[in-house]
Ligand binder design. Sequence first.
Ligand code: BGC
Length: 743
Amino acid sequence: MAMTLTTAIPAANAEKPIYLDQNIPIEKRVEDALSRMTLEEKVALCHAQGKFSSKGVERLGIPEIWMSDGPHGVRAEINWNDWGYSGWTNDSITAFPALTALAATWNPQLSALYGKSVGEEARYRKKDVLLGPGVNIYRTPLNGRNFEYMGEDPYLAGEMAVPYIQELQKNGVAACVKHFALNNQEKWRGTVDVELSDRALYEIYLPAFKKAVQDGGAWSIMGAYNQIWGQHCCHNERLLNDILRGEWGFDGAVITDWGGAHDTKEAALNGLDIEMGSFTNGLTSESEFGYDDYYLADPYLEMIKKGEVPESTVDEKARNVLRLIFRTAMNTNKPFGSKCTPEHYAAAKAIGDESVILLKNNGILPLDGSKYNSILVVGDNAVRRLTDGGGSSELKPKDYISPLSALQALYGDKVKFAPGYACGRTLYEAEDTIPQEEQDRLRAEAVAMAKDADIVIYVGGLNKNSWQDCESTDRREYELPFGQNELIKELIKVNPNIIIANISGNAYEMPWVNDVPAILHASYLGTMGGASIADVIAGNVNPSGKLPYSIPVKLRDCGANSFGEISYPGIESGDTDVVAIPGSVIEGGKNPKQKYMEDILVGYRWHDTKKIPALFPFGHGLSYTEFEYGKPVVSESVIGENGKIMIEVPVTNTGAKEGSEIVELYISDLKSSLPRPVKELKGFGKVRLAPGETKSVKFEITPEDLKFFDDKKHEWVVEPGKFKAHVAASSTDIRHTIPFEYK
Ligand code: BGC
């Protein structure tokens, strides 16, 4: 059929429309673009057009949006219409350390470097939105996705998220902070209905998101899969309308998690802007399950036309999406980016170096190679590419240095290797399907080799297989998988000279803790990971990471896991499985409901307040040198409404090696009308010191730091009375306590 053009042909010198003029304030441009759009064009902005992109306005030259996972590097290209990889040859990248490693550095400058570097890679790959960072709180060590988040403390997570976001966005790439909110477990993540107190919500689970939005200025946020108060997070009235937009003034776009939308009317009314990942089986024009069938596509258009939801809802969504497009895809001032540069590799290495945590050391570390003739490396993680698997954060790195190759580079052919255990051939193969004979054979081989070695370096831990550190499944047990505890015990019997250098995004049980001379705890460190671990072992890098989460002795010592199923993972009701996400394999469960019974006592707040010592406490991490904390200089002992207390702590490196120390500041409220944890982190600072050198770490305490959330008044309050500030090397290693008063 021949097409007739009914529109008048514009003059070549027609004036530039307002929305295209970068010099005009963004809100004016948004209104101008909106005024030119049809209803259909506005609706088209509100849903996916492919697995990772959503539409612009073709007629007006407003570009589409391209998104990518996130958060540890830019994911390889995914097919337009299914989850398969596209097989491009130009999409390999730098894999950066996992966010839990970033948190373990306690170094916001590295966070800025991370955001800058990953932002440059995203820009080079022509992405407009990077799906990260994740700031959900580490509530239980069973959560398969803790490695994508920044630990158990809201203050630490918030402080680390802000520079990442700010630097990332300087590349014209939006952060998409995820998963808002309470996606604190993967089991039943699509359906579980969470109930918790407003205190726990405001004091523990929201602050990092709030900082990401208000201080980081995040341009987008991703709704979580789960429900809160009986409503899905992606269109949760209280979460999105009242809190995010109302209380925090968010002006960016709310994007669903992939398949997180469930209802057109709720999505229309409750603050959702872009629906992604709902089940689709084909291109719009070819399939009955096309993108036009999304909740925020034709069904939404129809509801507007019938007057069932106001047209103003789509104007609001279109404004939010246009703002996102103007800030990213249509920002003509943005840089071009770069990828796999020496600078990015150096950034990944620096972050990895500072993230490795020395949990225990009797002096065997750093390892002086000249003392040993044979070094046996045992454990699958010494050779496994740990950027594979784990779910959506999976990466295709251009280069990958394994711990074994890095150790071989440092210690030469003294280094031998034995896997020691098998993990299953595919990422989704369950641990219990691996034949026992295979495990026995590998164990016997490693033990026999350990007998003849001078020293053993054990590089095991968890990996990115399902039911470990992996999206969409939680861990099944707190202990190390694949019979590693038995293996370690047998290795110790034949060779007590064994250094544990495990890789894991989570805490795990350590029944052998007293029988080994040294333990290193590393997360997934990406491209340069093996080099960071080997350099710490060799002492080329002095370890300076500290735990961003507690390591409980046993699972029941963790608050969330101490109340039985109602608290974790929730209790099912009804007879039939709910379909979590149509077309996906995610477990729905039978209407699972859950109550956060530990309330505000998450992580060290629980261990402290209930007097249940952790095996290794939050904030713990050793060095190859020693630090002495001098007497703090304190500016005031009384603080009023607008006052502040300045604290300066001189820290001296009293050892023989250059090193960095993280100084932590906790505050205790001695008496309050509502129960409070024994203490809470309110500051930290990291200093690098040459041997003999002293530097001061400065803290500022304001009334904001003394507040708790009064759920009856629905406000943050500070009550007059006595407080204490603790200057500490970990949540249990308090070096100085400073009493003060709020009047
Ligand atoms: C994950 C998100 C991810 C998205 C796109 C979802 O399954 O929960 O974190 O960004 O997929 O890959």
